[in-house]
Design a protein around this ligand. Structure first.
Ligand code: 13P
Length: 248
């Protein structure tokens, strides 16, 4: 497979800078897999401490959100220029928690994706359905739409370089992982819709991750699926279990 695997931790709102530093130093020693790209997406306030702590390792540092403007009167927001300068190379965009609690729409997600790409930060674009939507049978339609809107305005070359993360909302933080078949079905649908809009060759290059209760036990089976190129890991990325997920 051409696509390099990516295992990304999303710490969410956890770990202070000093806790983060300590944890990353331990994690460094526990990683043995050199084939997968390893990323930790940390709270903004931790970025500097973590960037220093990962030096000398292959662990990359990402952010969990950013604003779609570069600077100005946007109290409380973080600019892509600031993230870049602090050592960030990836940014999670449109996580379901941001969509649900901070009212991020598909259109806002699209603006952020375009700005991240313009600034050379790789967006990890999150899509996924709620339990209600799954039970209604609209998962694939919904995820196709979320993907199309999020990527609108990117070129084929840019789409080949971004990352999409399929995270079913009902699987996040619940311990209820999607089965590898369920995850594969939706990740394949995402690759298909990318292929329809940007061409098959592009779609073969875009990395698609699965997220939602990934742990040291279920990661290997999920990551073995044809259209799953790694994971976006929440809870388990705050423990040394994250190294087991990477090493598998
Ligand atoms: P959990 O791994 O804790 O379910 O969280 C998944 C997630 O939201 C990653 O972005």
């Amino acid at each position: 497979m051409l696509r390099k695997r990516l295992v990304a931790g999303n710490w969410k709102m956890n770990l202070t800078p000093s806790e983060a530093k300590k944890f990353v130093s331990e994690l460094k020693g526990a990683l043995i897999n050199k084939d997968a790209e390893v990323l930790v997406c940390v709270p903004d306030i931790d970025i500097t401490a973590v960037s220093e702590a990962v030096s000398g390792s292959d662990i990359k540092v990402g952010a969990q959100n950013m604003y779609f403007e570069e600077k100005g009167a946007f109290t409380g927001e973080t600019s892509p220029l600031m993230l870049k300068d602090a050592g960030v190379c990836y940014v999670v965009i449109g996580h379901s928690e941001r969509r649900a609690y901070f009212h991020e729409t598909d259109e806002i997600v699209n603006k952020k994706v375009l700005k991240a790409v313009e600034q050379g930060i790789v967006p990890i674009v999150c899509v996924g359905e709620t339990l209600d939507q799954r039970e209604q049978g609209i998962t694939v339609d919904l995820v196709r739409l979320q993907t199309k809107i999020a990527l609108k305005g990117l070129t084929e070359k840019q789409v080949a370089e971004i990352v999409v993360a399929y995270e079913p909302v009902w699987a996040i933080g619940t311990g209820k992982t999607a089965t590898s078949e369920q995850a594969e079905e939706v990740c394949a649908a995402i690759r298909n819709v990318i292929g329809e809009v940007y061409g098959k060759e592009t779609a073969e290059k875009t990395r698609i991750l699965y997220g939602g209760s990934v742990n040291g036990k279920n990661a290997a089976e999920l990551f073995a699926m044809e259209n799953i190129d790694g994971g976006l890991v929440g809870g388990a990325s705050l423990k040394l279990e994250f190294a087991d997920i990477v090493n598998c």
